[in-house]
Every structure is written in structure tokens, then in C-alpha cells.
Write a protein that binds this ligand. Structure first.
Ligand SMILES: [Zn+2]
Ligand SMILES: [Zn+2]
Length: 345
């Protein structure tokens, strides 16, 4: 059903991953607006040729199905150490099958073919290798004290999750009045917003704020902001957006919960923030959505669905992580378990 421009649709509200290709959503709206038709054409081009448009492009590959494929496990044996293979075998023995999607869930609305370990390795993913070994994080715009604490926690967690050093860049102010070197032009700000305060155009942040600041030694540069984001005309909001080729991404905390809320609310916000940060950083390191097991890299169409996902990776995605980062699984498990236990996650 077509929805008038700038009006919130159910589908949009349910959309957990607005940075990802949403061809169904775009097709449903393309008839009403030349802009949306352009977005559709660009998105189809992105699906064909990669993520130049900034949205994640998931190219179809062979169907993976549920669980690890024996041939893929055999390929893992050619790329990973015996200790890692033992740890992965233990993980596989206790891995949880991905539940069948319900109405409105991600896999009910998006056809995905998954990504085996071999497809990942042979797909030339962005790797933290050589000089480019840091996960760089840039705080964008104002943060309240509770939001600042959330960012600290997220950086500490990212470091343990990926086994890579996180480097915080200096905060970037993003003033909304257009003043100063970092002032946003009028075209990059929507002061009226959509219920979560003034919005900043995510594409502008990627290309004009983050790309020029991408450090030489960064594997990826992730911008975090408490501002609400939107990708451009005809859209209400996005949770985040990434340019996978240029290794920059931006994610918003605005819709994940209230950092000044009660303990339960803050706990939920922390979990969601950690989940978004690790899921999206996984994408930036070349991991596609997982359909092999219940996994942090499963796609989610709405917050209730993502809240049901595990924080950790399945055996197949863990194998990708180890190959990409050389993290030691035993040390990683212990560090994550201790960190989560302290925060009751
Ligand atoms: Zn995703
Ligand atoms: Zn997985």
C-alpha cells in the first residue's frame, strides 16, 4: 500500500535495519514519487554492483540452509588452527537453530541466502590487517552524561568482541545552526524531526564528516550519535547507514531507549546498543546476514525481533571473525563472559 510522502508507515516503524536494501519497501512506494523511483534504481544498481549507494548490498549466493554445511566445515579446517576448530566444534554442538520467521519478521519479508565461511573468505572482505588494524569510533554531536557512559561501555565491548583495539577520535560537534567548520548545511538537517528531535542526514555524515576523517590506520570508522538520522527525502528515519567500500558507518542511539530511564530501560538500551554496534561492525568487516543458526548476524525487521537475537555469533560467523581478526577464542570468551556478567547481560 502506498503511503503519502513523509508519513510514517507501519512498515517503516517495524524496520530495524533501514540501512539495508529494502527493495520491497522501496517498490511499494516508488509509484508515488520520482525521488523514490530514483532510490529504487540506485538500490537495484547497488544490489548488482556493491554498496556504492551506502546501503548494505546483499548479493545472492548459493542457498546455505540451516546449520553448517559439511563442505564448509572442511574448508574451515584448511584455514583455521586446530585449537580454533576444536572450539568451533564445541560451539556447533550447542548452537541454536534459527526459529522459523513469524509474520513481519526479517526472513518473512526478505529473501536471503546466507553466507558460508568459504563465501566470506573468498569474497575479499574488509580486513583489519597491516596498518589498518584499529576500530575507530567517532562521537558525533552532543551527548548527555548517560549517553557518554553508554558510548564508553560500547567501545569496551567492541574491543572484547572483535579482539581489536578501539580508538576514540575527538568528538565532532555537528552544530545544527550551520556555523563553524563542522556546521551542517540546511539540506543536512531536519529540525522538525519525526518524534525524536532534530534529524541529521546520514548520507551527509558518511561522505562529508566521516570519510575525510578516516584515519590511515583504521580498519573501519564508526560514528555514533544521539541525534536521530534520516537518509534523505521521502524517508522518515534510519537507525544507521554504512558505506561498506569506504569503511565508514554511522549509527544512532535515538530510537533504542531512554538513557535516563529506570534500571530495566537502561539495561535494554545497553543491550540494544551493543547489539547494533557489533552487528553493524560485523557487516563492515564483510559479514552478511546469517541464516545458519540463531546469531547476532541474523537480520531483524523490528526491535522485538532483534531483542530476541543472541548477542554472540554462531559457529559459522565465529569462524569468520577468527579468520578476519586472529582473535583467540578462549581469551575472547572469557573476556566477554566476565564483562557481561558484571552487567547482568
Ligand atoms: Zn544487518
Ligand atoms: Zn551466524
Amino acid at each position: 500500500m502506498a503511503v503519502p510522502p513523509e508519513q510514517t508507515s507501519d512498515r517503516e516503524l517495524r524496520s530495524r535495519h533501514s540501512h539495508e536494501p529494502k527493495s520491497e519497501w522501496i517498490v511499494a512506494h516508488a509509484v508515488a514519487s520520482p525521488t523514490r523511483l530514483l532510490i529504487l534504481l540506485l538500490s537495484l544498481a547497488a544490489l548488482w554492483g556493491g554498496a556504492f549507494f551506502g546501503y548494505e548490498a546483499l548479493q545472492p549466493g548459493p542457498k546455505v540452509g540451516s546449520g553448517s554445511l559439511p563442505a564448509d566445515v572442511a574448508f574451515q579446517a584448511s584455514k583455521l588452527s586446530p585449537a580454533t576448530l576444536d572450539a568451533l566444534a564445541t560451539l556447533r554442538a550447542t548452537a541454536t537453530e534459527l526459529p522459523a520467521p513469524g509474520p513481519g519478521d526479517w526472513l518473512s519479508e526478505h529473501r536471503e541466502s546466507g553466507q558460508t565461511f568459504q563465501q566470506y573468505v573468498t569474497g575479499s572482505p574488509t580486513l583489519p590487517r597491516g596498518r589498518r588494524r584499529f576500530l575507530c569510533v567517532a562521537p558525533l554531536g552532543p551527548f548527555t552524561q548517560p549517553e557518554e557512559a553508554l558510548l564508553d561501555e560500547t567501545c569496551a565491548y567492541l574491543e572484547r568482541y572483535f579482539g581489536l583495539e578501539v580508538r576514540r577520535l575527538d568528538p565532532i560537534p555537528l552544530p545544527l545552526d550551520g556555523g563553524g567548520d563542522d556546521g551542517l548545511p540546511a539540506s543536512a538537517v531536519r529540525l522538525t524531526g519525526r518524534g525524536f528531535g532534530p534529524q541529521v542526514r546520514s548520507e551527509w555524515v558518511l561522505q562529508k564528516v566521516l570519510r575525510p576523517r578516516l584515519p590511515d590506520d583504521a580498519a573501519v570508522l564508526i560514528g555514533f550519535t544521539a541525534r536521530d538520522l534520516w537518509p534523505g527525502r521521502g524517508w522518515n528515519f534510519v537507525f544507521g547507514q554504512a558505506d561498506l567500500r569506504r569503511r565508514v558507518g554511522v549509527w544512532s542511539l535515538a530510537r533504542l531507549g531512554d538513557p535516563a530511564g529506570d534500571e530495566a530501560e537502561r539495561g535494554m538500551l545497553l543491550r540494544r546498543t551493543l547489539q547494533v554496534a557489533t552487528h553493524e561492525t560485523g557487516h563492515m568487516l564483510g559479514m552478511r546476514h546469517c541464516i545458519a543458526f540463531a546469531c547476532n548476524m541474523n537480520g531483524s525487521n523490528h526491535l522485538a525481533e532483534s531483542d530476541s537475537r543472541p548477542l554472540d555469533l554462531c559457529p559459522t560467523c565465529t569462524a569468520k571473525l577468527v579468520w578476519a581478526t586472529d582473535v583467540r577464542l578462549g581469551e575472547r570468551s572469557r573476556a566477554l563472559a566476565a564483562w557481561r556478567a558484571k552487567r547482568q547481560l
